[in-house]
Design a protein around this ligand. Structure first.
Ligand code: IPM
Ligand code: MG
Length: 370
């Protein structure tokens, strides 16, 4: 049947593209400590994005005022990453916006709405792929429970890399999941390096290798190989289903430290973990590659909040935590620490309702603490 032939031709193109991607994966790492000028791009996104990202920008401008004055840090405001512009141009990330982003070293990005259905890819997924941001790093901490988790989510392949390129056939639809050796190695190494450099003693891999035998099977096997290079770090392995349950088990969950997993499982479990911490508005997220890095909230653009006229009450703490991760990434750990301490000791919290402070009032308080 003609459709079958078309599907096979499509599949062939996809595989050829993936082989080409394999060839581009090994790049030198940027060394921020030795750079004369660091350019930070800020792209506010849409929905509540401009409101919360604007507050994070105020904090960065405050903490970096000396460096901005001396020219060591340049802040570049990037426009055009809005849902209106993206729909008008029918591009997940408009070409000129991507060009501007590529002139920056790091990017602070507000949430961007993904249209349901249609063919438009999520801007996040496009940016992660175009900038090869392979490590999605999400910390979750609950000090009163002794929880200090760090999630290393593979960010460029797995279920996402061909997520908009599946095949529709009469009576069925097929999507693809891709796991490469190089892509798996670099994320697992990043997780072990983080553990080693931060005094962590255990790394846990999360897969569904009993079912996804080829892709997750590879992830699991490479994890074992790399673990052997870090003999001082203990390891364990869980399937994603039981891991979602373990995170709810208050007797065992504080024993986990560093997690590493394929893309979709990481997407799901980091929302769960953020909710355990106090809500998805409370967790920051870093997307790290060897050349570029992007920092963002883990939640979406909350269009309903804007529709209800509640945008000013959106919680900026997720994107502000992302800004702290950005500072750490560009080798400014003292500034990051200052901000994290302010976040921890802040006497007020945004509730998302008019009973609590606005995003701007909350940020005013943080600024006074720094
Ligand atoms: C996240 C988000 C994204 C994802 C969406 C917005 C595409 O849920 O960053 O976790 O699925 O990765
Ligand atoms: Mg998610």
């Amino acid at each position: 049947m003609e459709q079958l032939e078309q599907a096979l031709a499509h599949f062939k193109t996809l595989l050829e593209d993936q082989f080409r991607r394999l060839e581009t994966m090994d790049k030198p790492k940027k060394d921020f400590a030795s750079m004369d000028t660091i350019t930070i791009g800020i792209a506010p996104g849409d929905g509540i994005g401009p409101i919360i990202t604007g507050q994070a920008a105020r904090i960065l401008e405050h903490l970096l005022s000396k460096e901005i004055a001396s020219g060591k840090v340049v802040i570049k405001h990037i426009e055009g990453l809005t849902i209106e512009n993206r729909i008008a141009l029918n591009q997940a990330v408009p070409t000129d916006v991507l060009e501007q982003i590529k002139t920056c070293d790091v990017l602070l990005k507000g949430p961007t709405t993904t249209p349901n259905g249609g063919n438009m890819e999520s801007a996040n997924v496009t940016l992660r792929r175009e900038l090869d941001l392979y490590a999605n790093v999400r910390p979750v901490s609950i000090p009163e429970e002794g929880i200090d988790w760090m999630f290393y989510r593979e960010n460029t392949e797995g279920e996402y890399v061909l997520g908009s390129k599946g095949i529709d056939l009469p009576g069925m639809a097929v999507d693809f999941k891709v796991t490469t050796d190089a892509g798996t190695r670099r994320i697992i190494k990043a997780a072990f390096d983080y553990a080693q450099q931060n005094g962590k003693t255990k790394v846990t891999v999360v897969t569904k290798a009993n079912i996804m035998k080829k892709t997750d099977g590879k992830f699991s096997a490479i994890f074992q190989q790399i673990a052997a290079e870090y003999p001082e770090i203990t390891t364990d392995e869980y399937y994603i289903d039981i891991m979602t349950a373990k995170l709810l088990d208050t007797r065992v969950r504080n024993q986990f430290q560093v997690f590493v997993m394929p893309n979709l499982y990481g997407d799901i479990i980091t929302d769960e973990a953020a909710q355990i911490q106090g809500g998805i508005g409370t967790a920051g997220s870093a997307n790290i590659g060897d050349q570029y890095a992007m920092f963002e909230a883990i939640h979406g653009s909350a269009p309903r909040m804007l529709e209800r006229g509640m945008g000013d009450y959106a919680n900026p703490s997720s994107v502000i935590k992302a800004a702290a991760m950005l500072l750490r990434h560009i080798c400014m750990p003292e500034k990051a620490q200052k901000l994290e301490t302010a976040l921890e000791t802040c006497p007020i919290a945004v509730t998302g309702t008019t009973d609590g402070p606005t995003a701007a009032e909350y940020t005013d308080t943080l600024l006074k603490l720094m």
